[in-house]
Design a protein around this ligand. Structure first.
Ligand code: NAD
Length: 462
């Protein structure tokens, strides 16, 4: 696996300030596959200065030209999609087919959507006797996680570039090779020097230096609620814009009129996909008490079928964390009907697809984000009870409703405190706003709503 030993700053790979490095490990076999530099506060400062110097030129670049660079970026992603999928599989461990379809496929769609939005968005509008200009916020500090390594990067960098902002990216320490590959793609697409900069490094060192840097105008963070809270607090103190995409504990509500087998099977697949490392995963399945036993049986069968098709978790720490949650579920009285805490293989950070029945609202596994292939099935008495349970966590990122009648499902979905709801298995839409209610975050990513996060308005009166 190719790894750069420098930082991509101001259009070139430059020596890192320090000598410390981060090992990149393949979670499927625990082998070290590369080494990247661990950035310091000085690396971050150099990158922010480059981004600031490039800002006036990029902000003044006509939107049509910014759109052309984004279209070129999308084309390079397409040309290098096999390399992208291979790199994500090597450092995240997801099965190659999934990497091709989702880890490489989604960023291509998102980059394409911003090429189009940059070309068509009305950066200027007339309001009565005013002309309102939508101007770039400035320098963006982007801090991304490892679970969808390229998607999370593109979901921040593409709208920022479309808006006319410049960016410094600090990617997750587990998946820096994908980020380095992305920097190569940006370079190949002809994006001017300094518009995009990459500093690899540890969260509490490089990440924190970026979040706190006075030269950053907007911090856009995706990751854990614990870190997000700190970044939000620091941004508030500095009166700086912040976008936070945090955790979830989304409910999959199966109403009695639904096609039960379909709802359960799609629900299990949703949780197991990417080994459960998806912030929007429907990790709580809510089933009416009359259909509960049948649903549990169907879910256990569906999970057992996964077997070897599921990849490992990203690292040993996540594996331990998830196994700890499974132990806790058992200790608090939930009933294991598939999987369990034992590691299914000797090598690699695997966890078996796991299903818990008899989960009640107060249990830890019904409240906290596990971030592994673990499904909790809860029983409800009637619709109001289902709604109360669905809304009964601190999170509100996503969800699903299944019913025989679409209008019935929509009526329920409108009462859920959450940012996205899939109706009867509705497909992922890369143009729909994505983001959380409650503690799942602040702001929205993707599509038009994602673009406006990177803009600020100026009104001129005539
Ligand atoms: P994390 O929040 O520690 O890491 C996310 C990013 O933030 C990484 O780039 C990391 O280097 C950086 N970071 C860490 N500490 C920082 C700091 N003090 N200042 C600035 N940046 C910092 O997440 P994790 O440890 O990789 O995962 C832990 C848990 O977070 C998971 O089990 C899961 O529950 C949750 N998570 C959620 C998402 C999501 O998409 N919402 C993604 C990854 C993890």
């Amino acid at each position: 696996m190719k790894a750069h030993d420098g930082m991509y700053i101001d259009g070139a790979w430059r020596d890192a300030d320090g000598r410390d490095t981060i090992d990149v490990v393949n979670p499927a076999d625990e082998q070290v596959i590369g080494r990247v530099p661990a950035g310091t506060a000085l690396d971050v400062d150099t990158a922010v200065r480059a981004a600031r110097a490039a800002l006036p030129g990029w902000a003044a670049t006509p939107p049509a030209e910014r759109a052309a660079r984004l279209a070129a970026l999308r084309d390079v992603l397409v040309a290098r999609k096999d390399e992208i999928a291979g790199t994500v599989t090597a450092e995240l461990g997801s099965p190659l087919k999934f990497s091709q379809a989702v880890h490489a496929g989604a960023p291509i769609a998102v980059a394409g959507s911003y090429a189009e939005l940059a070309a068509t968005y009305a950066f200027e509008e007339k309001v009565g006797n005013s002309v309102v200009h939508h101007e770039p916020i400035g320098v963006v500090g982007a801090i991304t996680p490892w679970n969808y390594p390229l998607h999370q990067i593109v979901a921040k960098v593409a709208p920022a570039l479309a808006a006319g902002c410049t960016v410094v990216l600090k990617p997750a320490e587990d998946t820096p090779l994908t980020a380095q590959l992305f920097a190569e793609v940006v370079h190949e697409a002809g994006v001017p020097a300094g518009v995009f900069n990459l500093v690899t490094g540890l969260g509490p060192v490089a990440g924190q230096a970026l979040a706190e840097h006075p030269g950053v105008d907007l911090v856009s963070f995706t990751g854990s609620t614990a870190v997000g809270r700190r970044i939000g607090a620091a941004a508030g103190a500095a009166v700086k814009r912040v976008a936070l995409e945090l955790g979830g504990k989304s409910a999959n509500v199966i109403l009695p009129s639904a096609d039960l087998a379909k709802a359960v099977n799609v629900g299990v697949a949703n949780v197991m996909s990417n080994s459960g490392q998806t912030c929007s995963a429907w990790t709580r399945m809510l089933v009416h008490r009359d259909q509960y036993d049948e649903a549990v049986e169907l879910a256990a069968e569906a999970a057992a079928k996964y077997g070897d098709r599921i990849g490992p978790l990203v690292n040993a720490k996540q594996q331990e964390r998830v196994r700890g949650y499974i132990d806790k579920g058992v200790a608090e009285g939930a009933r294991l009907v598939a999987g369990g805490p034992e590691a299914p293989r000797e090598r690699g950070y695997y966890v078996s697809p796991t299903v818990f029945a008899d989960v009640t609202e107060g249990m830890t596994i019904a409240q906290e984000e596990i971030f592994g292939p673990v499904l909790s099935i809860l029983r409800y008495d009637d619709e109001d009870d289902a709604l109360r349970i669905a809304n009964g966590t601190v999170y509100g990122l996503a969800g699903a409703v299944w019913a025989g009648d679409e209008a019935e499902a929509v009526a329920f979905a409108r009462r859920m405190d959450t940012g996205q709801v899939d109706i009867n298995g509705g497909r992922f839409n890369p143009l729909a706003p994505f983001g959380g209610y409650k503690q799942s975050g602040v702001g929205r990513e993707l599509g038009l709503h994602g673009l406006t996060e990177y803009l600020q308005t100026k009104s001129l009166q005539f």
